[in-house]
Write a protein that binds this ligand. Structure first.
Ligand code: GCW
Length: 720
């Protein structure tokens, strides 16, 4: 902002040179240095409709200042004017007002405020909530009202999304409130570069935004831009370090707390609260105690004191995230305690300050014997946690991966989400794409998450997963972030859309994934398009809409999962995990393939679901094709609902998947010259790799099953 930028502090101050007072700004910013990073969905052009208008902001507080700063910046770029709390009536096109800040100095907006009560009361509790807003357009004025400053910020970004249509015709008052109170991004970022997992575990977008080589990065400008992007899609919390908490990172809780506080200070103006991953062994590692036993009073006291210090430094701190007794991390099992004992220990420390502990349900035996067919990794989370329902403290949120195994491109929805009615549950998805192409493949995941969120575990008339995790007391939606210091934020420029879709679905899980993608395209691409914008829009939809299903087609078939290279998890390796201790198997032999998880003859996993799914999955006849091999071991000649045999399905989908990637490449080539050349080149290069990798998947999977089964392809295509 330039020195010409002014803000009317309080209602008494009247700017001088203009009879109506000087707007906060009206000048186009010039000579502002371009940042080294991509604007993603907030390029200046996305603010054109808003920024070219007269805007009144009414209300006070830190987040209202953020709204004023955003509007000021937009108007500086596009010739509009801004008033903040003027003492005279303003003839504005857009009013963003706090309902509790008294009469609004604009007649149309004041009328909306006075008439708002019935709309606001629609849901019964008489408020717009801590983050909600009301949007109306009356007498040529677009009005956003909120009861809390965060609502005003979300309302502002909603107007940005609407673009010119926000200023078109009349709009009866609509109430917008997030369906999920908690919309969280977990960063698996290490402070010190880890010898195996690097700076960011499963990170495919360069380094961390927070840490580099053991130190805090301290780059607030970039972090602030990140916070804006997150707020603009609805995210309201982040975890700044990896769930695998190593020695350096453990200290963020104590002597390196200032570094966390610095991040919190940058994110706070955008309504984003900071969480920390902590190690269960902290009282020993950091506190020098001989034990971390939850039943030991010294351990309780240590956590209480450490947590008190955290809140002293970061008063709006969100809480702790814990991976315990999982993949070698310490946990309560060492002391003969269970996970409720462990989680409640941390909950006791956090409760006086209003914080939560998010405790991960990702607990399984990673040292199993592949010869032991009774151990089933899919069963593990339910076996461990369902019996504990009702034992967790009110401020414990159990964080459950969406599927029972591990972020695969296709899994059934985790039965834990339907088994713990007396526990606050959050669902975790993986935006970073560890198992879905690692940001080298286009794999737009909005449709997949939408399918999971809409899943109705008790049948069509019952609650959905979104209901289970939703509302004020629900644990919300969590994602493993895909962001790093890459100039595009994500390794694949099109993977930005996954982050955007995550935030939007967490705000409203009923949104159509295609419509969300369209929003992202409109905000991110059209402003930088040099050619026909409709061609760009159509092409991006054609490449991305179905890309998750394309990925599914050329990788592991029919829900069987995990045919990836051990360790880095990129590329095909059909038997990669088949004989390892990690416990994921396809059981392919010359006669058939798939995991028998039935009650009748298998591991009994189907029994972890309520009706009707416990019956549907148990039944070979009723089980959906796409999950067949997750639940059943079948002969290659088994005929699917689609009418094809399993073996022919494997061949057909793998050939089709590669053809679809080839078509993506051709479509993208049509955009040469129509979009920024640097982005074009990056995407083109990634599509080349995706094609190479898809061919590798096709050839390995088809050849493997041809050699096992001896069944030739019905269409005589080349199999090696
Ligand atoms: O999928 C696995 C990953 C691990 C990760 C683990 C988890 C952070 O391969 O890298 O560890 O999930 O979710 O804890």
């Amino acid at each position: 902002m330039s020195e010409r930028t002014e803000r009317s502090e309080g209602r008494e101050r009247m700017p001088s040179q203009h009879p109506m007072g000087v707007p906060v700004t009206g000048r186009a910013a010039s000579g502002a240095p371009a940042t080294a990073w991509h604007a993603a969905w907030l390029p200046s052009a996305a603010f054109r409709a808003l920024g070219s208008r007269d805007v009144l902001v009414h209300g006070d507080g830190a987040l209202v200042d953020t709204v004023v700063a955003e509007v000021t910046r937009a108007c500086a770029g596009h010739g509009g004017r801004v008033w903040h709390c003027p003492t005279w009536d303003v003839d504005a096109d857009l009013v963003l007002a706090s309902r509790t800040a008294g009469p609004i100095p604009n007649a149309a907006a004041e009328k909306v405020r006075l008439d708002a009560t019935p709309v606001v009361n629609g849901a019964g509790d008489g408020s717009l909530g801590a983050e909600g807003f009301l949007l109306a357009r009356v007498d040529g004025v677009t009005v956003v009202l909120a009861d809390a400053p965060a609502g005003l910020l979300y309302g502002l970004f909603h107007v940005v999304r609407l673009g010119a249509t926000a200023f078109d015709g009349d709009l009866p008052a609509q109430r917008h409130r997030p369906a999920l109170a908690r919309r969280v991004l977990d960063h698996w970022d290490n402070v010190a570069v880890h010898p195996v997992s690097g700076q960011v575990e499963r990170g495919y977008a360069g380094g961390s935004l927070f840490w580099r080589d053991g130190a805090a990065r301290r780059e607030p400008a970039r972090l602030r831009d990140y916070a804006r992007l997150l707020a603009a899609c609805g995210v309201n919390a982040i975890t700044v370090n990896n769930v695998n908490v190593h020695d350096t990172e453990a200290r963020l809780l104590t002597d390196r707390l200032d570094e966390v506080a610095e991040v919190a200070d940058v994110l706070r103006p955008y309504g984003i609260r900071v969480h920390l991953s902590v190690t269960f062994a902290a009282p020993m590692v950091l506190g020098g105690l001989p034990t971390a036993d939850p039943a030991d009073g010294r351990v309780d006291a240590w956590w209480a004191e450490a947590t008190r210090r955290v809140y002293q430094r970061i008063p709006d701190f969100g809480g702790y995230l814990v991976k315990a007794d999982s993949e070698g991390r310490p946990g309560p099992f060492a002391y003969g305690r269970d996970h409720a004992d462990g989680a409640n220990l941390l909950a006791r420390a956090l409760a006086p300050h209003g914080g939560v502990v998010r405790w991960r349900a990702f607990v399984y035996d990673h040292r199993q014997d592949w010869r032991d067919r009774s151990t089933d990794r899919a069963r593990a989370a339910h076996d461990h946690f369902a019996p504990l329902d009702g034992r967790f403290a009110d401020n414990v949120i159990l964080q459950v991966k969406y599927g029972p195994v591990d972020f695969q491109p296709r899994e059934p929805v985790s039965p834990v989400l339907a088994a713990m009615p007396s526990t606050r549950l959050a669902m975790e998805v993986q935006v970073t794409q560890e198992y879905t192409g690692q940001q080298r493949h286009v794999c737009h995941l909005g449709p997949w998450w939408s399918e999971v969120l809409r899943f109705a575990p008790w049948g069509a008339a019952g609650q959905t997963i979104a209901d289970v995790i939703g509302g004020e007391s629900g644990g919300g939606l969590v994602a493993v972030s895909n962001v790093g210091d890459d100039p595009y934020w994500t390794g694949h420029p099109l993977a930005q859309a996954n982050l955007y879709a995550f935030g939007r679905l967490a705000w409203d899980p009923r949104l159509e994934p295609g419509a969300i993608l369209d929003e992202w395209i409109g905000l991110t691409w059209l402003p930088v398009t040099t050619g026909d914008p409709e061609l760009v829009r159509r092409t991006l939809h054609a490449i991305m809409d179905d890309s998750w299903r394309t990925y599914e087609r050329y990788t592991a078939p029919l829900g069987v999962g995990f045919m990836v290279r051990p360790g880095h998890h990129y590329g095909p390796d059909v038997d990669g995990y088949e004989y390892t201790p990690w416990g994921t198997y396809h059981f392919a032999d010359r006669d058939g393939v798939g995991v028998d998880r039935t009650r009748a003859s298998g591991t009994g996993f189907t029994g972890q679901y309520p009706a009707p799914w416990s019956q549907v999955y148990e039944s070979l006849r009723r089980c959906p094709d796409e999950l067949l091999l997750f639940f059943h071991h079948v002969p290659y000649g088994h005929v699917l609902h689609s009418g094809r045999t399993v073996i022919q399905h494997i061949y057909d989908t793998h050939f089709a998947g590669v053809e679809e990637v080839a078509a993506m490449r051709e479509r993208w080539a049509l955009l040469t010259g129509a979009v920024d050349p640097a982005v074009h080149e990056r995407v083109a290069e990634r599509l080349d790799e995706q094609f190479r990798s898809a061919v590798e998947w096709r050839d390995q999977v088809n050849t493997y099953f041809f050699r096992k089964s001896g069944v030739p392809d019905a269409h005589g295509r080349r199999i090696h």
